[in-house]
Design a binder for this molecule. Structure first.
Ligand code: SAH
Length: 346
């Protein structure tokens, strides 16, 4: 079975050509999938009946099912838990900001990066998500927004998994959602977040896409970072920042750094000063994230006043920094938690 959501427009054109169908049909199907967002082939009314029948025999539309969803009463954040036929599950989240609707997409089922503070990595990496499965995640949010005539305006590849460890599928996903015949979501409105896989960052720099790069830094010394993020042993801070400088030189874009504040681990003013020193010559923005509680980890959160002091210290040293607004803190807040709660039930 061919998964239609897993095809770029060019691939769909080729696929139809191989079936002896005219190329322009691909554009029509793309529009049905992404602009009208139909859920059956019968609705594709400008296709000949014979082609519709052939499509339903040879191709599939959705492959995911919704297992559960949680809606935040505080800010309208919606967290979907989706399941696939091989019994894997991933989360995707719709966040409503004053500047628009943003969707967080998972790029892998689980994760093998082993960050000590993260729930997604607890069971290791189970499998990659295909581009089409990422597209399906997005469509759950878009269909919900359709009920109120709204659209997804930005995407963050910040769900479970490491996008740079599934590079080709992540880029294909971006190509599909970026297509003007489809969802037409501008690459400037797409952010890819990485644990710091240096070859991926360099490859992205060379690809010349105008997407935003976010790097999960979380510590300002190798000793601290290696204790939290095993990837730091392979790509220590100096190598990571070298790649970030390269990315900036190639793209002219400023880089976002994520820094989860963990009480007593990386949240002293001394840490703030070291962080400022690291980023001194690099156009960047630091997102401070109060660490999300993961039951298996039992990390302490940094008290509000200390977060503020950390922020002030960074700003005084010339660093662009903000504290990330927490979304949906009344629903299973930490990444991977909804999935963990449901483990064994699907
Ligand atoms: N693998 C990618 C993207 C997925 S994680 C990456 O590492 O960037 C998305 C972000 O959430 C990362 O910055 C990650 O470090 C952060 N994160 C994971 N668990 C967290 C927790 N318990 N509290 C706060 N941030 C967390």
């Amino acid at each position: 079975m061919t998964h239609l959501y897993n095809m770029t427009l060019a691939e769909m054109e080729q696929w139809l050509a191989d079936m002896g169908e005219p190329k322009y049909r691909a554009k029509q199907i793309f529009q049905w999938l992404y602009q009208h967002r139909v859920t059956s082939f019968d609705e594709m009314t400008n296709l000949p009946k014979a082609l519709r029948e052939r499509l339903s025999a040879e191709a599939k539309l959705g492959t995911a099912r919704e297992i559960t969803r949680q809606v935040s009463r505080v800010d309208g954040t919606v967290k979907f838990l989706l399941g696939w036929t091989d019994d894997v599950t991933v989360e995707t989240v719709l966040m409503r900001h004053d500047y628009g609707n943003s969707v967080c997409v998972s790029t892998q089922v689980g994760c093998k990066m082993g960050c000590t503070f993260c729930a997604s990595t607890l069971g290791g990496m189970i499998r990659q998500m295909t581009a089409g499965e990422m597209v399906e995640q997005l469509l759950y949010s878009q269909r919900l927004l359709d009920e109120s005539g709204e659209r997804v305006s930005s995407i963050v590849l910040m769900g479970s998994g490491e996008p740079m460890d599934n590079y080709d599928a992540a880029m294909k996903f971006i190509d599909i959602v970026n297509d003007p015949n489809g969802l037409n979501i501008g690459q400037r409105h797409i952010t890819i977040s990485t644990v710091g896989l240096v070859p991926g960052i360099r490859r992205l720099a060379d690809d010349g896409r105008p997407i935003t790069l976010a790097v999960s830094l979380h510590a300002a010394t190798d000793e601290q970072r290696s204790a939290m993020m095993p990837v730091n042993k392979a790509y220590p801070i100096a190598k990571l920042l070298e790649a970030c400088h390269y990315y900036h030189e190639k793209t002219g874009k400023r880089i976002s750094f994520e820094y989860a504040l963990i009480g007593g681990k990386n949240d002293s003013l001394e840490d703030a000063r070291r962080l400022a020193e690291l980023l001194r010559d690099l156009p960047s923005h630091v997102n401070l994230i109060p660490v999300n509680y993961v039951p298996e980890r039992n990390y302490q959160r940094t008290p509000k006043e200390e977060i503020q002091a950390f922020l002030t210290e960074l700003r005084n040293l010339g660093v662009n920094a903000t504290v990330r607004r927490e979304m949906g803190h009344d629903i299973s807040a930490a990444c991977g938690q909804l999935r963990a709660e449901h483990a064994g039930t699907v």
